[in-house]
Design a protein around this ligand. Structure first.
Ligand SMILES: [Zn+2]
Length: 394
């Protein structure tokens, strides 16, 4: 049976600004970053002095006064300024949700340095009343440029068409390249049901192991890029601070990071596509990102990677009418998938699982993947329900 599903998709296009346009974009980055930091300071002060928690709305109300006091802010589109406070609000909300979940290092919202601020956002691309584009992000000049308010009609490479209804557009600086990232609401036909469900265990040795016994390796080109990165980082460390040669070395590192990010993204898309095509229900462990182990760098890098993979998976699943379930990760590696007996002694090594209770022996990660699927099946016995999409089960 096929149905109709709505999903949120992002579309990313390379921009080619002129010199003055690029200068205006850098200036917008500077002003929005300054505003973010001032907004954070204001929130902290309000709390310290009056015990009051400011909302994004409280802060947005002051924008008119700000523009009078600092006329340079008139050069930035009002929605872009409003979005800065929405972003601050989200940073606070996710901080509090991490605290409520009992995260050890909840990470209070931080002031943003130049290296930590690379985008600004136009939050409304579509006018629902007129059912047409607003001026924000609208393709003009037969799709050769897009309209960026206060900056101009910026040259763009629309390498694939936008789909669905555009909601917002973000202008992003990626090392030395600019991009327009559209968020669109896409409605389309779901995929036909396959009657299959799968549990996915993500690991460090393998990228993922499925309950069907499929071992998904990390791609080799990713490994070789990581090796290259290590060499380049050592070069940066050798070069003295504040020198031109060092700055160049830092830029090379940033570009390798970008390459790795793109390779990983591509790999995530392909892996998620495969899972979504084959299964009605896909189960994985809920990630405890707030509790990332500080000492284990490889592990924490992987955690970040998995979070982005699960986001891609959820988005593709929603569009296809598939269900993604995040289950409680407690004891998935110590529980026997055959008899349910749970104890530490079952896990005789990193790779091997032998049940003390019933003698069941299996690859430890495969056993975990089967547990993950079983936990999801308890919650969604019929596989998929009509709504589709992603569910987190605590
Ligand atoms: Zn057992």
């Amino acid at each position: 049976m096929r149905g109709v599903a709505t999903a949120v998709k992002t579309f990313r296009y390379r921009l080619y600004p002129t010199r003055p346009q690029e200068a205006a974009m850098f200036e917008t980055l500077r002003l929005t970053r300054t505003l973010y930091n001032a907004g954070l300071e204001q929130r902290r002060e309000a709390y310290r002095k009056h015990g009051k928690t400011l909302s994004a709305y409280d802060q947005q109300k002051e924008l008119t006064a700000l523009k009078e006091a600092c006329p340079e802010y008139s050069g930035v589109y009002s929605h872009v300024l409003q979005d800065v406070f929405d972003r601050l609000d989200r940073a606070y909300k996710s901080f509090f949700s991490r605290v409520n979940k009992g995260a050890k290092r909840a990470g209070f919202p931080r002031f943003k340095g130049r290296d930590r601020w690379d985008s600004f956002k136009f939050k409304q691309c579509w006018d629902n009343k007129k059912d047409d584009w607003t001026t924000c992000g609208k393709p003009v000049d037969e799709g050769r440029r897009i309209n960026v308010p206060k900056i101009g009609a910026v040259k763009v490479k629309l390498h694939r068409p936008l789909e669905g209804k555009p909601k917002s557009v973000q202008i992003v600086l990626d090392v030395d390249q600019w991009y327009a990232v559209y968020t669109c609401e896409v409605t389309g036909q779901t995929l036909p049901e396959t009657g299959s469900s799968v549990g996915v265990d993500v690991g460090t040795t393998w990228f993922a192991i499925t309950s069907d016994g499929e071992f998904v390796d990390n791609p080799r080109y990713l490994k070789s890029s990581l090796k290259k990165l290590r060499v380049q980082q050592r070069r940066v460390a050798r070069r003295g601070k504040g020198k031109n040669r060092r700055r160049k070395a830092v830029q090379i590192v940033a570009k390798t990071h970008r390459k790795i990010r793109r390779q990983r993204l591509d790999f995530h898309h392909k892996t998620a596509r495969g899972l979504v095509n084959e299964h009605d229900l896909i189960a994985h462990e809920e990630l405890k990102v707030g509790n990332m182990v500080k000492s284990n760098l490889a592990r924490s890098i992987s955690d970040v990677g998995w979070a982005s993979f699960f986001l891609i998976l959820s988005s593709k699943a929603a569009e296809a009418g598939r269900k993604v379930v995040a289950v409680n990760p407690m004891y998935t590696s110590q529980q026997c998938s055959k008899c349910g007996h749970t104890c530490r002694e079952n896990r005789i090594s990193q790779a091997r699982f032998v049940c003390v209770g019933c003698g069941w022996a299996e690859n430890a990660d495969l056993n975990a993947a089967k547990n993950i699927l079983q936990r999801a099946r308890i919650l969604w016995p019929s596989g998929v329900n009509e709504s589709g999409g992603s569910h987190v089960v605590a």
